[in-house]
Design a protein. Structure first.
Ligand code: 5AD
Ligand code: SF4
Length: 454
């Protein structure tokens, strides 16, 4: 009864949290398995950013609970089910109303308690204690992120490191400040110690994670010599021996100051790719979204980054169909998209989240209009992505080999510094190495090549 399957929805922060919960469970004698069929316990680590994300997890939970009831009626055992993370935090007790047979609901500040709660349930199943009804643990807890960090799972070529949690920005559409709480940052020494431990275990690339990562330490620590706490952190992580590449995600355009731009010029391990969510190209929409920058200011940041680092690749998030978005507003988004020529973008159709400021504005843009705007952006994105990938054909790219690719025998996968996926024939001993790969062919999503033997 100790096999746990964790299914993760949503962002990289969730992936990192799932890894950390998995590591804590392993340390407690549980075994993390790769599919729900093998599992005694299924944990859904959920996302609340859009309604669709919640519906997906709710649908999954509903199916699992029906299977559990059928199994119980047949006298067999189906997996226990827990909902953890953002939707647990967002919906809390209301989840039990729609899913009364849930075993566990654990919020974003209580991940570290998952093993203890599971232990209780297991004990009760072995007849060693009373059977709890749904355990609900969604309280806020100071320092909670320290409790799940530093538990590096086994060897990983590329690893996420959480540096801060929460968000104080209150963009009008966003549920994250509610699900993740106020901004709080880990101590620099703890982060650097985690990165050192990862490097010692074979990690070559670290991605520093935070909801608004460039505001790292803004509340807790001081600027020094004109450098914000985040720039100081980047320098410290950059100095860790064994780490060959540094990335971070996601920064906010507002807090993107000169000192961070200069890091791209001065820190060679910092890779030339940046995910900079713009959300809209219309100043009117940015104001309604409560994003405290203008399109002009955003474009100036892009220019500054390109000046510091001409090879810089940009990706972004865009919301289409925010309440009140007109064709003219959307045309500004398209124009901005063309001007920056984003290599990658996540395009979201606006989804009302109750409890956010924008919920009062209704959902005024018809679904077909959102769909059409979404498709227009996707089309452009496809063209830009393909053009960028084709421009790599014939060049030699530095690739960090992550492991076997899913397609084909002997095919390996890695990323170039611009975060493009590169596929090439390889051997297991290449894993974890930085190798030159000559690119021979490109599609929209991936490039193919061969390792160059110097
Ligand atoms: N509707 C649609 N997209 C949203 N995002 C956040 N909230 C919403 C919402 N209510 C998008 C933003 C953000 C990304 C993580 O999700 O683009 O950057
Ligand atoms: Fe949400 Fe805005 Fe904070 Fe990003 S910066 S998490 S979009 S409130």
């Amino acid at each position: 009864m100790n096999r746990v399957f964790i299914k993760t929805y949503g962002c990289q922060m969730n992936e990192r949290d799932s890894e950390a919960v998995g590591a804590l469970l392993r340390a407690r004698g549980y075994c993390i398995v790769a599919s729900e069929e093998e599992a005694d316990v299924v944990l859904l680590n959920t996302c609340s950013v859009r309604d669709q994300a919640e519906q997906k997890a709710l649908g999954k939970a509903g199916r699992l609970l029906r299977a559990k009831r059928t199994a119980a009626a047949n006298g067999t055992q189906a997996p226990l089910l827990g909902i953890i993370g953002c939707m647990a935090q967002n919906k809390g007790h209301a989840l039990v109303d729609s899913l009364p047979d849930l075993d566990l609901i654990v919020g974003t500040q209580k991940f570290h308690q998952v093993p203890t709660h599971l232990d209780h349930i297991m004990e009760s199943l072995r007849g060693l204690g009373p059977r709890p009804s749904t355990i609900i643990d969604i309280a806020e807890e100071e320092g909670s992120q320290n409790a799940i960090n530093g538990h590096a799972p086994g060897r990983r070529v590329s690893a996420f490191v959480s540096v801060m949690q929460g968000c104080d920005m209150h963009c009008s559409y966003c549920i994250v400040p509610h699900t993740r709480g106020a901004e709080r940052s880990r101590r620099m020494e703890d982060i650097v110690a985690e990165v050192r431990a990862l490097a010692a275990a074979g990690t070559r690339e670290v991605t520093l994670l935070g909801q608004i990562v460039n505001r790292y330490g803004a509340k807790e620590f001081r600027s020094s010599g004109g450098k914000s706490p985040f720039a100081q952190l980047l320098e410290k992580v950059h100095a860790v021996e064994g780490v060959e590449r540094v990335r971070f995600t996601s920064p906010h355009p507002t807090a993107f100051r000169r000192d961070i731009v200069e890091c791209f010029r001065d820190l060679p391990k910092l890779c030339e790719h940046i995910h900079l969510p713009v959300q809209s190209g219309s100043d009117r929409m940015l104001r309604a979204m409560r994003r405290p920058y203008t399109r002009e200011r955003f474009l100036r940041t892009v220019d500054a980054l390109r000046d510091a680092c001409p090879q810089m690749c940009f990706s972004t998030d865009i919301i289409v169909g925010f309440p009140g978005e007109t064709d003219a507003d959307f045309a500004e988004t398209l124009a901005l998209f063309d001007e920056v020529r984003f290599d990658m973008a996540f395009i979201f159709k606006y989804s009302t989240r109750s409890g956010t400021a924008a919920a009062a504005l209704g959902d005024t843009v018809p679904r077909e209009v959102k769909e059409a705007r979404n498709n227009m952006l996707l089309e452009r994105l496809g063209a830009f992505s393909l053009a960028r990938n084709q421009s790599l054909v014939g060049t030699e790219q530095e690739v960090l080999v992550e492991g076997r690719a899913r397609r084909g025998e002997g095919v390996f996968m890695g990323r170039n510094r611009g975060n493009r996926k590169v596929l090439f024939p390889g051997t297991a001993d290449m894993e974890g190495r930085l190798l030159p790969v000559r690119i021979s062919r490109a599609t929209t999503t991936v490039v193919f090549g061969d390792v160059v033997k110097h």
